[in-house]
Write a new protein. Structure first.
Length: 214
């Protein structure tokens, strides 16, 4: 149904194969220097800062100065430890469908928590009346943190959405597009494909300006 054969290979002629081929025709492929991927290993650093004094962290996050990518493709790279080659929208789309296949297999096998991927959902105590949780979602890793007052009521709540990483001013989208050479014919489609592959949680409008007008 998804256009994938057993082993997560594309089925020739399937709608998915046609879509991936179309993306490859316009895709911006790159190997950004310093590209990294958000994982459960980053949770301790992130959860401590969620309730910290830096009010900008939840909408301009970083991990030791780096801004990693999060989402299905990031999970695939981190899980399978495959070498990082040229990538773009097509690779992210394939990772999304491969994850659907893995999820269906997990559900078919009984959806046992013990068989779920490591770190898919975690919780953390941050001190008296303070705690945080992290969960892998469709768009990437989502964080929530809460602080209670002496009466057990919520006095502070913070969350960090995957979009804040992927669309950060130094994040994956910017790195993917830096240095890209786009022809007039494909520039709009190519940039739109990269943006859509990172699945922003809000609507977006793309405006392309000529260099001479920029």
């Amino acid at each position: 149904m998804l256009g994938l054969d057993e082993g997560e290979a594309l089925r020739s002629g399937s709608p998915l194969a046609v879509r991936v081929a179309a993306l490859n025709d316009v895709d911006v492929k790159s190997i950004p220097v310093g590209h990294s991927f958000l994982s459960v290993a980053d949770d301790p650093s992130i959860t401590k800062r969620l309730l910290g004094d830096d009010s900008t962290f939840c909408y301009c996050p970083d991990v030791d100065g780096n801004v990693p990518e999060t989402g299905p493709w990031a999970r695939q790279i981190s899980r399978d430890r495959v070498p990082l080659g040229p990538f773009g929208a097509a690779e992210r789309l394939m990772a999304r469908f491969n994850e659907i296949v893995r999820l269906c297999a997990w559900l078919k096998a009984g959806a046992q928590i013990a068989a779920a991927e490591h770190g898919i959902i975690e919780r953390y105590k941050l001190g008296p009346r303070r705690a945080a949780a992290a969960v892998e979602c469709a768009r990437g890793r989502l964080y929530h943190a809460v602080e209670l007052d002496a009466q057990g009521r919520i006095s502070r709540f913070e969350f960090l959405a995957p979009t804040e990483w992927n669309f950060h001013r130094r994040g994956p989208l910017v790195r993917n597009l830096q240095g890209a050479v786009l022809t007039a014919r494909r520039r709009g489609d190519a940039v739109h494909a990269v943006i859509a592959s990172l699945d922003p949680c809000v609507a977006f409008t793309l405006n392309v300006s000529e260099v001479r007008d920029a």
